[in-house]
Design a protein around this ligand. Structure first.
Ligand code: ATP
Length: 387
């Protein structure tokens, strides 16, 4: 069974994975160290056949180390990695990378410059006749939308075309898993977005299971069914792109994923938070006592401009045109800054005073004292019905 939802303008295919079936890949309690210093701690996650998952996080958080451990280039200090239930890395045994049947796509394409595109794609294909290799290469060039490019050399292709060839080469031997390490970071923003969607469609159409590493959330959103957000060698939240955006597990996740403003509030009781923009009422009880000081996360899409039955106004102090939408920075009379997204045809000018309403179905709050990893009582609380 599959469901589709639209998120940030792209369709996210949230495949309903049968969590009772056996995962394709399983990491348990994985630790990786460099010279006695841990780079990855207690990492555990599962990937099911056909899923596209992403390890997302800031530079140095351990994404590449994790990918290299899965590929077999990095030995584990502790923990286990299994593929289809078979051990890849367990204490006392590490299966060599060439026996793991994984395809890799790197940031720098890593194509052989002295080989033609056709030869690059068929390089790792063994046991096929010349005719079958030709057929497979032609089929893959069609798949990555480069038919007729087989006789060219890598330097005769653009960066985006070379990256599509490296994908074709990675999937040519029909690997069990494709690993992609920052595959689009050498490309400009436009091409990066286009290519990440093309790769997503190819993986989906071909039923390819893939793990992508990136520090770019837009890339992660465009590609992934599930995202593991990493910080300092650990996964802080493993979730769908939608939930990561709307229900971040801690302040780090809230700030790393998407934009937004934190506004101060005080718990009136276990259901309501008083803020200068009104009383926010939760759909379930807040786990903190009355009087607790909190920060409430407002995403730009929570703030609606133009109508103000609530009597809240903001002055436009900045605007950034984003095509279909414009991102406004608004200042309330008390000096509070809010971000708001509005359809670009509304076109408010800097200096305009605009009525505001809040649409906070996915409102998230954090106690002000919470600047460490979340505990059960600090997990975000959804709120509805702004009054
Ligand atoms: P980036 O996005 O910058 O590539 P990353 O999240 O992929 O970062 P890793 O490359 O996995 O991070 O590095 C995790 C940590 O391990 C960092 O602190 C890094 O300095 C360290 N590290 C990585 N490779 C080595 C190495 N070969 N020797 C020693 N330390 C290393």
């Amino acid at each position: 069974m599959q469901s589709k939802e639209t998120f940030h303008g792209c369709v996210v295919n949230t495949e309903m994975v049968d969590r009772n079936s056996n995962p394709l890949l399983e990491l348990s309690d994985v630790h990786c160290c460099y010279g006695g210093t841990s780079a990855v701690y207690q990492l555990g996650f599962r990937v099911w056949e056909g899923q596209i998952v992403c390890l997302l996080g800031p530079s140095g958080c351990g994404k590449t180390t994790t990918l290299r451990a899965i590929a077999g280039f990095e030995p584990l200090c502790n923990g286990e990695i299994h593929l289809r239930g078979e051990p890849l890395s367990v204490p006392g045994f590490t299966l060599a990378p060439e026996h793991r049947r994984m395809g890799m796509v790197f940031q720098d394409y890593a194509l052989f410059p002295h080989l033609t595109i056709h030869q690059n794609i068929t390089f790792g294909l063994r046991g096929l006749s010349r005719k079958d290799r030709q057929r497979r290469a032609d089929e893959l060039l069609e798949l990555v939308n480069l038919p007729g490019y087989g006789d060219r050399y890598p330097h005769e292709l653009s960066g985006g075309q070379q990256q599509r060839v490296s994908l074709a080469r990675a999937v040519a031997p029909k690997p069990q898993l494709v690993l992609l390490d920052e595959p689009f970071s050498n490309l400009d923003v436009d091409l990066r977005e286009r290519l990440s969607r093309q790769f997503h469609d190819i993986f989906r159409d071909q039923g390819i299971t893939a793990i992508l590493v990136t520090h770019d959330q837009h890339e992660a959103f465009a590609m992934a069914d599930e995202i593991g957000l990493m910080r300092d060698g650990r996964i802080v939240q493993w979730d769908s792109p939608f939930n990561l955006y709307h229900e971040p597990a801690d302040r780090f996740a809230a700030e790393f994923i998407g934009q937004g403003s934190m506004i101060s509030g005080t718990l009136v009781d276990d259901e309501r938070i008083r803020t200068e923009l009104g009383i926010l009422r939760g759909s379930r009880s807040f786990p903190w006592s009355a009087g607790t000081e909190v920060d409430v996360l407002l995403r730009p899409d929570d703030v609606k401009m133009g109508t103000a039955p609530s009597g809240i106004y903001g002055r436009v102090v900045k605007k950034a045109f984003k095509g279909a939408e414009t991102l406004y920075t608004l200042q309330t009379p008390s000096g509070l800054e809010l971000l708001a997204l509005a359809p670009s045809h509304a076109d408010y000018a800097v200096g305009d005073d605009v009525g505001l309403t809040l649409d906070t179905e996915h409102l998230v709050a954090f106690p002000k004292t919470d600047d460490s990893a979340p505990t059960e009582s600090q997990l975000p609380v959804r709120a509805i019905n702004v009054g």
